[in-house]
Design a protein around this ligand. Structure first.
Ligand code: AGP
Length: 615
């Protein structure tokens, strides 16, 4: 997903833009660029390059000698994740209009760019890139009649698809215009300067006062004024959000990778997520941000869960919670499938949309479709002010702190704990007694300690990783709560180590996959000390019989599984409903150390982005 940033103020914009682009590197990119406007409104200067920001910095050094670069107090920057056209200099952003007076940086996909491009070429515009984004620069020139905001508004009205754009012009040497539809734009409000970015991590070093644009908003910012209007130039007001984390939260803090840092942050993330929300005496959870009182919750007769990837696996655990605790019929769908299959929504259906980034396009589409059909929508997000959080209208934040590594770790365990709290709150409006509720809440309060104890097993897990790092195929198997954990363990391993890994319901082994078992195909068997363990133990025997090495993830002190595994990772005892959390933390560490041994770029795996904002 591309990163965009813009600055207008009294400082040298080059340094601010470059440091902002560094903060956005984690999103994954393959080219970068900057466009600058001198105070005197002379020619815009554009410097861009395929490759990394360090390459851009070298190019800027060559472009500017001496101190003249201090005149550039207005500028925009971009890190591009190639969608239309290879990562080349010509395709890198920012893009210039034909007359060189307008520069744009864009995040998103313009679906009707070919017809727009064909019309502009007929009118004499020439294109230098293969990108969809370049049409935006030429359209702004075409629409410009002296008012930059008006030109951007007229332009975006012609665009189909998703965009987050920042625009500067040599004709307005103090002004940045930004517009969004589907791709996030955050605006940092500081004294005498304005910083705009595609996510808060590029802003939070300068200010914690942030405004998030909604779809259809157009922002016009100078060094001392910020206006937000609709496309039709009707003023809109957007609330200011105070960001509750700071820059060191997105630093590595001495860890080799963000992923390892975020795995180790899970005890704190879980503690932050439950803090102030467990009402042990009443045997329930207090989640005011759901804006649903017991009267509301008691009337929900069906739950749909929509999510993608790791969030989908957390949602699978949530399904078990709503059915086991609250006896509410619950369906979970990949978000794309939910919105494409014309979901059956009754007036008392609640859609729960789960998204760490709060920007995943398919999940956002599911939220919009559910609203369209009259469902109550709850968003479970980590990023405050994210689009899914805002458009859901109500929900629960994870408070897990920023998750930088592409592979989601602390978000998963925090999502599971939030789903448990929501399910308990719903269940207490039904058959869950205050006594039973108190016990469940008490178990939840142990989560930070449980997470701590698993992480303490890291030295054992590292050794196991060394033994299996060269495998080419892995299986993960589990039953009940361990089935989503098996899928999540396989996803973690494949996405950061590039080893082919598949998660299966343990009972499914004999319906085909067992044909693949061999001595060089390790099987991770998830057998915490819960009733379903007994049947999975027989699957372990099937693996032993085919000489497939078995890595068991089992409860400390459980001797039942002895003799059935080649290696074992021990996790602390916990209530069955919480078992996905310690098990998945063990899987995260196993995947991390295997990927580290294989020398993989763990935080930015090939082909992946932290948030998939395109469908
Ligand atoms: C998980 O490790 C992946 N990065 C990916 O599956 C991710 O969970 C998925 O894209 C959903 O992202 P979201 O939670 O931000 O919506």
């Amino acid at each position: 997903m591309c990163g965009i940033i813009g600055y207008t103020g009294a400082k040298n914009s080059i340094n601010i833009i470059l440091s902002g682009l560094h903060r956005l590197e984690y999103r994954g990119y393959d080219s970068a660029g900057i466009a600058l406007c001198p105070k005197n409104g002379e020619k815009l200067v554009v410097v861009k390059t395929p490759g990394k920001i360090i390459d851009l910095e070298n190019s800027i050094q060559k472009a500017f000698t001496g101190t003249e670069n201090r005149n550039y107090t207005l500028g925009i920057g971009h890190t591009r994740w190639a969608t239309h056209g290879a990562p080349t200099l010509a395709n890198a952003h920012p893009h210039l209009s034909r007359n060189g007076q307008f520069a744009i940086a864009h995040n998103g996909i313009i679906e009707n760019y070919e017809e727009l491009k064909a019309r502009l070429i007929k009118q004499g515009y020439s294109f230098v890139s293969e990108t969809d984004s370049e049409v935006i620069a030429h359209l702004i020139e075409e629409c410009y009649e002296g008012d930059l905001r008006g030109a951007v508004a007229a332009t975006v009205e012609k665009l189909d698809g998703a965009y987050g754009i920042v625009v500067i012009s040599s004709k307005h040497p103090d002004t940045i215009v930004a517009a969004r539809k589907g791709s996030p734009i955050a605006v940092g409000i500081c004294d005498g300067e304005t910083i705009i970015a595609s996510d808060v991590s590029a802003i939070v070093n300068y200010t914690k006062k942030v405004i998030f644009l909604n779809d259809g908003d157009i922002l016009t910012a100078t060094s001392d004024n910020v206006d937000i209007t609709s496309v039709k130039n009707i003023p809109v007001s957007r609330e200011m959000t105070h960001i509750d984390w700071d820059i060191h939260d997105i630093e590595k803090g001495g860890y080799e990778h963000f992923m390892l840092k975020e795995i180790h942050e899970q005890p704190l993330a879980l503690a932050n997520g439950i803090r102030g929300r467990l009402l042990e005496n009443e045997g329930t959870a207090k989640l005011n941000s759901m804006q649903m009182d017991p009267h509301h919750m008691a009337r929900i007769d069906r739950i749909e869960i929509a999510a993608c990837g790791t969030s989908y696996h957390a949602g699978m655990v949530g399904k078990y919670y709503f059915e086991d605790f609250a006896s509410i019929s619950t369906e979970i769908q990949q978000a794309a499938e939910f919105r494409d299959r014309n979901p059956i929504i009754h007036r008392d259906t609640c859609l729960i949309a789960i998204s760490q980034s709060g920007e995943t396009a398919d999940t956002l589409a599911a939220v919009r479709e559910a609203h369209q059909k009259g469902a109550i929508v709850l968003g479970i997000c980590n990023v405050v002010g994210s689009t899914i959080a805002r458009e859901s209208g109500r929900g629960v934040y994870l408070h897990a702190g920023p998750e930088i590594s592409v592979a989601s770790t602390k978000a998963f365990t925090s999502q599971v704990s939030v789903l448990a709290m929501i399910a308990i709150a719903f269940a207490r409006t039904r058959r869950l007694s205050i006594t039973a509720g108190r016990e469940v809440i008490h178990q939840l309060s142990k989560l930070p300690e449980i997470a701590e104890n698993v992480i303490a097993q890291e030295p054992v897990i590292k050794k196991i990783a060394e033994k299996y790092a060269e495998a080419r195929d892995f299986f993960y198997i589990g039953r009940g709560y361990m089935y989503p954990a098996a899928l999540e363990g396989a996803l973690k391993l494949k996405e950061i180590s590039y080893i082919h890994a598949e998660g299966y319901h343990a009972a499914e082994l004999k319906h085909g996959p067992i044909a693949l078992l061999a001595k060089n195909v390790p099987v991770v068997a998830l057998v915490p000390n819960v009733p379903a363990k007994i049947k999975t133990m027989s699957n372990m025997l099937e693996c032993n019989a085919r000489h497939a090495p078995v890595i068991a993830i089992a409860t400390e002190g459980d001797k039942d599984i002895n003799g059935l595994y080649d290696d074992v990772i021990r996790i602390p005892p916990c209530a069955e409903f919480l078992s996905p959390i310690p098990v998945v933390i063990a899987e995260q560490l196993l995947a991390y150390h295997i990927a580290r041994i294989r020398g993989c770029p763990i935080d930015q795996p090939r082909n992946l982005a932290k948030s998939v904002t395109v469908e």
